[in-house]
Ligand binder design. Structure first.
Ligand code: SAM
Length: 231
């Protein structure tokens, strides 16, 4: 693993255990203590979550075994468990998994036991799952590490991988550059965009074919989502 990647991971872990946790825990909730940008990101992220749940309901795959890698505060794991799924949820940040566990207990009661929570970097995960989910995590992965990350996700999947990323197109690159020129108080960790072509290539190299795609964009949130199934 290169020094750059180690440094990125340290930064991400530190961020999501401290300021990032405070910030994202509010965004991923119904709290009124958010600004307009954060509210917009909440809306966009909510749409992405709804799209995953719709896919799962459409093909009747809810009552299967999922891995939610980089689960955050459980925004996807919890509604999935409510649909009957068994979910192995993990995140690099202990603050995130702690909050996710609290929310699961509060929202699911006895059904919270359908979710197991682990604090772990996704590289160190093990196990085999019907579906591996990785939503809005790839933004923390430098370009040169993206295909290893996709390969790791595929290696844990029996049938399907659903992942999302901020797409590297001229338009979004420009938006990101503008954001970097005016970072303001919401400046977070480094953010990496990925080309769809490179992500598709990484999935194909592991024997996965694209089945469904989605794009969610609001003013400040943009996320391309791919569902890939084992061929
Ligand atoms: N997937 C969740 C969702 O959509 O609600 C959370 C998305 S949040 C933007 C990104 C999450 O990825 C954070 O909780 C962060 O701690 C986690 N993360 C970042 N790098 C990670 C890594 N290498 N392994 C595991 N989790 C990671």
């Amino acid at each position: 693993m290169s020094t750059l990647v180690d440094k990125d991971k340290e930064e991400v872990t530190e961020y999501f255990n401290n300021n990032g946790f405070e910030r994202w825990n509010k965004i991923y909730s119904e709290s009124d203590e958010v600004n307009d940008v954060q509210r917009d990101i909440r809306t966009g992220h909510g749409q992405t979550i709804d799209k995953v749940l719709r896919w799962v309901e459409e093909d009747g795959s809810a009552k299967s075994v999922f891995c939610d890698a980089g689960c955050g505060v459980g925004s996807l794991s919890i509604p999935l468990a409510r649909l009957g799924a068994k979910v192995a949820s993990s995140d690099i940040s202990a603050a995130m998994t702690g909050e996710a566990e609290e929310r699961a207990k509060a929202e699911l009661g006895r059904d919270a036991k359908r979710i197991s929570f682990t604090t772990s970097d996704l590289e160190n995960l093990t196990g085999s799952y019907d579906t591996v989910l990785c939503i809005d995590v790839m933004i923390h992965y430098p370009t040169e590490k993206m295909s290893d990350m996709v390969s790791k996700l595929c290696s844990m999947s029996k049938n399907r991988v659903i992942l999302s990323f901020a797409p590297d197109t001229w338009y979004y690159s420009l938006l990101k550059k503008i954001g970097e020129l005016f970072p303001g108080p919401s400046k977070t960790t480094r953010a990496y965009l990925h080309t769809e072509e490179a992500v598709r290539k990484a999935l194909a190299a592991e024997g996965f074919a694209i089945k469904r795609t989605e794009m969610t964009s609001t003013n400040f949130y943009y996320s391309r989502m791919l569902e890939a199934v084992r061929e």
